[in-house]
Ligand binder design. Structure first.
Ligand SMILES: [Zn+2]
Length: 246
């Protein structure tokens, strides 16, 4: 298959492929949000790269990505864009339902953004209940928490060590270490909220997860992270098959 993005196919080609050759689709989703010294579109760049890596290995097509999402505490930072939560949830639900109507049996949502985890979960369950399609939702940075801790000996963070490493591995020219300052990272504390959040790098743990601008290390981290995501998806698909959950 030359392309995995089904928007590059004609409707006749699509008709020949789905569902005869494949009935699995990956839907990359993210948002546009300030990310320390990495791009506003970080949460789109990473899931699209993951989708491109994984699609061929599980014989899936890739749906047109949803690049707009729910941005909240970082919204005042220039270039950040958001949708209302209800709009987003409804839109994702409608897109997934349409993918199901187009004969996809398995929909894998590849999410790059923490601010919409609940809405994606709800939309996924609703889609499953209403269409019968199997929906898998992946939040890559959560799935790789343990790997981040093991590899970098610390927790990651929004625009922190893990996300910065992923962008350094995918598109190093988009990372701007010269713009980094120590006033950017701030720990998220449950006991205090501020809008806007007082730093475009949000750490999960005090003193941990600041970006590290080491490209070689970043590649090693990301290559394994991609494989963790792939193997988790494969494991679910294998169980569906073995258990005859169709
Ligand atoms: Zn992000």
């Amino acid at each position: 298959m030359k392309t995995r993005y089904f928007s590059n196919l004609t409707w006749q080609e699509f008709n020949e492929l789905v569902p005869a050759e494949t009935s699995t689709v990956i839907l990359p989703v993210g948002t546009i949000e300030a990310h320390g010294v990495i791009p506003l579109g970080t949460d789109n760049i990473i899931p699209q790269d993951l989708a491109e890596y994984i699609a061929g290995k599980i014989n899936a097509l890739i749906a047109p990505p949803v690049n707009y999402g729910i941005t909240s505490s970082l919204l005042p930072y220039p270039g950040s864009v958001t949708l209302e939560k209800e709009t987003y949830k409804e839109m994702i639900y409608e897109i997934m339902s349409e993918l199901a109507r187009n004969n996809f049996r398995t929909i894998i949502v590849m999410n790059g953004h923490g601010g919409q985890v609940d809405e994606l979960k709800e939309a996924a369950l609703d889609t499953f209940k209403d269409t019968g399609a199997r929906v898998i939702v992946v939040h890559w940075w959560i799935l790789t928490y343990e790997w981040t801790k093991q590899f970098y000996k610390q927790m990651g963070g929004h625009a922190g060590i893990d996300e910065t490493a992923a962008i350094m591995a995918i598109a190093p020219e988009l990372v701007k270490p010269e713009r980094y300052s120590e006033s950017m990272p701030r720990e998220y504390k449950k006991g205090i909220q501020s809008y806007p959040f007082a730093g475009p790098i949000i750490l999960y743990k005090e003193g941990e997860g600041m970006p590290l601008f080491d490209e070689e290390k970043a590649k090693k981290f990301y290559i394994k992270a991609r494989d963790i995501v792939l193997s988790e998806i494969k494991s679910i698909l294998k169980s569906y098959k073995e258990l005859n959950i169709d």
